[in-house]
Design a protein around this ligand. Structure first.
Ligand SMILES: C[C@@]1(CC(=O)O)c2cc3[nH]c(cc4nc(cc5[nH]c(cc(n2)[C@H]1CCC(=O)O)[C@@](C)(CC(=O)O)[C@@H]5CCC(=O)O)C(CC(=O)O)=C4CCC(=O)O)c(CCC(=O)O)c3CC(=O)O
Ligand SMILES: NC(=O)C1=CN([C@@H]2O[C@H](COP(=O)(O)OP(=O)(O)OC[C@H]3O[C@@H](n4cnc5c(N)ncnc54)[C@H](O)[C@@H]3O)[C@@H](O)[C@H]2O)C=CC1
Length: 189
């Protein structure tokens, strides 16, 4: 079955990351970039996670995961190096209807994290259904070379034009023609 891609609004939402190693750090960073309020539960944390804690960007609970910890969160990431704990976290999150990503187990995950390229509001997400995360990264790096910063400007222009003509008495075809002209001009930049 194919994955259903969505763009999730996690601003000010409580997010729990279980585990404080390298993989947890990567997931924490992307949650913070999107405004998530991150709590980490881990018996050991790596230097990068410790740094975020010292900067008051995350809350850290320095202990092992205890049954029931997942309650009350909007989203949970299980990123321990202990598969049994990750499974426990996943099951407890799912019982409560909480979205859960499990770093070492695709089948237990309700969502997977794609490789992401951003140009301000333009977001390009690449995933391989868990088959090759490395390929996702490589494709993002390729896109990074070809999707230049001019797309930011182009998107700004399109957004402005869209606001201006949204409530004008034009057909959708006429509006699309205006946008296409802007894109065509943008392609020459
Ligand atoms: C299923 C998924 C679950 C999830 O994490 O959501 C998952 C699972 C696993 N990853 C593993 C390994 C690696 N993961 C990376 C990197 C990334 N992994 C990410 C996502 C995902 N990884 C989801 C699927 C995404 C998809 O569909 O493609 C990215 C895109 C996003 C992010 O993490 O932020 C980020 C790149 C960010 C970027 O740079 O753009 C690298 C390369 C590197 O480190 O650079 C390697 C080593 C090379 C390799 O294995 O390919 C292992 C095996 C561990 C082992 O062998 O022990 C598992 C577990 C398993 O497969 O069971
Ligand atoms: N999804 C992905 O992108 C990737 C996933 N992985 C998998 O992710 C997992 C984690 O990898 P790393 O971060 O490199 O490991 P790591 O060894 O750096 O960190 C493991 C963390 O789990 C914590 N932990 C272990 N048991 C715990 C418990 N009972 N309660 C709370 N915290 C606990 C440890 O304290 C530590 O902070 C591994 O299973 C690995 O195979 C690895 C590479 C990429």
């Amino acid at each position: 079955m194919a994955y259903y891609p969505i763009m999730l609004d996690i601003e000010d939402k409580r997010c729990l990351v279980v585990g404080g190693g390298k993989v947890a750090y990567r997931k924490i960073k992307s949650l913070l970039e999107c405004g998530g309020k991150v709590t980490v539960i881990a018996d050991k944390i790596c230097d990068e996670v410790d740094e975020l804690s010292k900067e008051n960007k995350i809350d850290v609970i320095h202990r092992s995961y205890i049954s029931g910890d997942a309650a009350g969160y909007f989203l949970v990431v299980a990123a321990c190096d202990d598969a049994r704990i990750n499974e426990l976290v996943a099951n407890e999150a799912k019982e409560r209807g909480i979205l859960v990503n499990v770093a070492d187990n695709l089948k237990l995950s309700s969502y997977i994290v794609p490789s992401v390229l951003r140009r301000k509001d333009l977001t390009i997400a690449v995933a391989t259904g868990g088959k090759s995360p490395l390929l996702s990264r490589k494709i993002r790096e390729e896109l990074d070379k070809t999707i230049g910063e001019r797309y930011e400007k182009l998107l700004d222009e399109l957004s402005k034009a869209r606001e201006e003509i949204k409530h004008q008495n034009l057909t959708i075809e006429e509006k699309i023609e205006i946008y296409e002209n802007i894109i065509e001009k943008g392609e020459k930049i």
